[in-house]
Design a protein around this ligand. Sequence first.
Ligand code: SAM
Length: 346
Amino acid sequence: MFNKDVLSRYFLAFAEKECKGSSLLYEHLSIKIATDDNLLEICSNAREGQPIPNLLFGAVHYLLLKGTEHPLKEYFPSIVDNPKLYKGSFEFFKDFCLKYRKEIESILKTRLVQTNEVRRCAYLYPAFCTIYEKARKPLALIEIGTSAGLQLLWDKYSYSYGTNNIYGNKNSNLNITAEVRGENTPILHPTSPPVSTRIGLDLNTIDLNDEEEKLWLKSLIWPEHRERLSMFEKAASYIKGASVNLVDGDGISLLSKYVEEIPEDSVVCIFHTHVANQIPIEKNKQLLHTVETIGKKRDVFHIYNNIQDRYLHLDYYLDGIESHNTIAETDGHGRWFEWLLKSEMQ
Ligand SMILES: C[S@@+](CC[C@H](N)C(=O)[O-])C[C@H]1O[C@@H](n2cnc3c(N)ncnc32)[C@H](O)[C@@H]1O
């Protein structure tokens, strides 16, 4: 059971750090929820370790997208064409939560925050190009916390970074755009480096061929973020024909077993974005130790964030030599990033 003061602080921090400049609706509602005992009590049903505000908003959005009729829907740009201004929304939000309390509590108890954010591939693309320059072998991808596996298909998408140049798969239906900030230029190959294997590990992998599971992921996309939704839909169309091995289980415990299956003619690339913050510190230490142990036997690259800090890191063990690098500062949703590696270090 959660303490209401703690829950209240979660919502205030969520409003300030995550919603500001991104969702007026969720920012407004979060500030109001933070002072509402009834709603905080509903939230106390969430699973430990889960980001509770995302989970509550995801649950309400899910029920609305499923067709639940309620005046609250008038405030959701993902549902109506001309939404009402967020200011009057709280009264309806509260009424909705009390009316559908049982359904919401059941979602809070069973679902996980598993947003699969395709735009994060905008900064993964130069990271994989950097790896390919060093390893010169096809990349064997193992993603921890893969959700539906959409980031395992980063080589299938095309990329633009504020110029006319297009990188990656130039024929892709999905063109991902991002702003590159700062003075350093990331390595961007005109076409995607070769990928030999795609393995996705997750406590609960998502099958996008299952309409219920797909709807849950769509519910986690904030109502104002139409572009995110469109990118998600386009990326989802690639998963159908793709050869991706999605495996349920703890990614850290499963890692060594799947690395052993990768032949020596490919280089092992372990990666994860916005996952380590859901993993206890001791387990994250174990993960870094496992990568180090793998690095004693073969070359291995590890791209990640949210272990030591929010920055994007690239650690590697190449020909027995280890290297630890902070390679980018990134926007949480991948809309911009600042590349931190100077070209002579790449
Ligand atoms: C916020 S989502 C991020 C998904 C994806 N990496 C992205 O950036 O779009 C976090 C994912 O990590 C998964 N996860 C959390 N702990 C995990 C663990 N120990 N092993 C494998 N997956 C885990 C969750 O189930 C969830 O799908």
